[in-house]
Design a protein around this ligand. Structure first.
Ligand code: GLP
Length: 263
């Protein structure tokens, strides 16, 4: 079972998640990061950027792989995930663009883009630590309900709910792409460590289903239950529908007490 940490707000979640990432980067300066877009990871990226500015971590040797990209949206489009990752991660952390990779959503032989991306991840030695958000319908990356638990990077149709959720980034619902290319659930499970974050009441059903429901392709986020090293960081609103929230609070408090004990 994942370690579940219920925090006050996004700022606290960002600093808890950033400290997990920082520990990994300090232990291995060549860490391969798995990066997510969306609003959820922003407080983590901001906390990591602070750590870089204050010289607490050196990210010059890290590499990053984004989870997904819209199909047919050129990289220079302001809402391509390439642009989002540049704005939210590359620039604030002072990385160079060639340290970070996104699946390609345009270009020739697009059906081969998934296998190309898998080969790039393998070539880099695999993803050491992957940050994840979760969609209101339970998707992770862009693995919509019904995605194979063993899937690898491939082209997928977006669910209407996801297009509606993401319409705020585009001028209108019509402008939201209909397809994407996304790391698969099998790709995500191969990352050596997972950190999933969720905030707000509209994530409460997805969080409860992913953490306490059956592992099922109907709730792609439930794959986190199959990972041996996963941390979930959520606010009170996103935790509201968890049956065992009290136990998770107790377990987290006692883990901290154990850490505080000098052996
Ligand atoms: C998007 C992304 C996901 C993200 C999710 C939640 O569509 N493809 O990687 O986790 O939906 O988005 P947000 O963090 O904005 O709620």
């Amino acid at each position: 079972m994942a370690e579940i940490i219920i925090v006050r707000d996004q700022a606290e979640a960002g600093s808890v998640a950033a400290s997990i990432f920082a520990k990994q980067i300090i232990a291995n300066p060549g860490t391969v990061l798995g990066l997510a877009t969306g609003s959820t990871p922003l407080s983590t990226y901001a906390a990591l950027a602070r750590a870089v500015r204050e010289d607490r971590i050196d990210v010059s040797g890290v590499r990053g792989f984004a989870l997904d990209e819209y199909l047919g949206v050129p990289p220079q489009h302001p809402e391509s995930y390439r642009s989002v990752i540049t704005r939210e991660v590359v620039e604030p952390l002072g990385l160079t663009p060639d340290q970070v990779f996104t699946p390609r959503g345009t270009g020739p032989d697009i059906t081969l883009a998934g296998a190309e991306y898998e080969a790039m991840i393998t070539e880099a030695g695999g993803i050491d630590i992957q940050i994840l958000g979760i969609g209101s319908n339970g998707h992770v990356g862009f693995n919509e309900p019904g995605s194979s638990l063993a899937s690898t990077t491939r082209i997928k149709a977006l669910a209407e709910q996801t297009r509606k959720d993401n319409a705020r980034f585009f001028g209108s619902l019509e402008e939201v792409p209909t397809h994407c290319i996304t790391q698969g659930l099998g790709t995500i499970l191969r990352a050596r460590q997972l950190v999933l974050l969720a905030f707000g009441a509209n994530k409460a059903d997805a969080v409860a289903a992913a953490l306490e429901g059956p592992v099922s392709s109907a709730v792609p986020g439930s794959v986190i239950q199959q990972h041996a090293r996963a941390t979930v960081i959520i606010d009170e609103d996103a935790a509201a529908k968890l049956a065992h929230a009290e136990y998770y609070r107790h377990a987290w408090r006692s883990a901290q007490d154990l850490n505080a004990v000098a052996f």
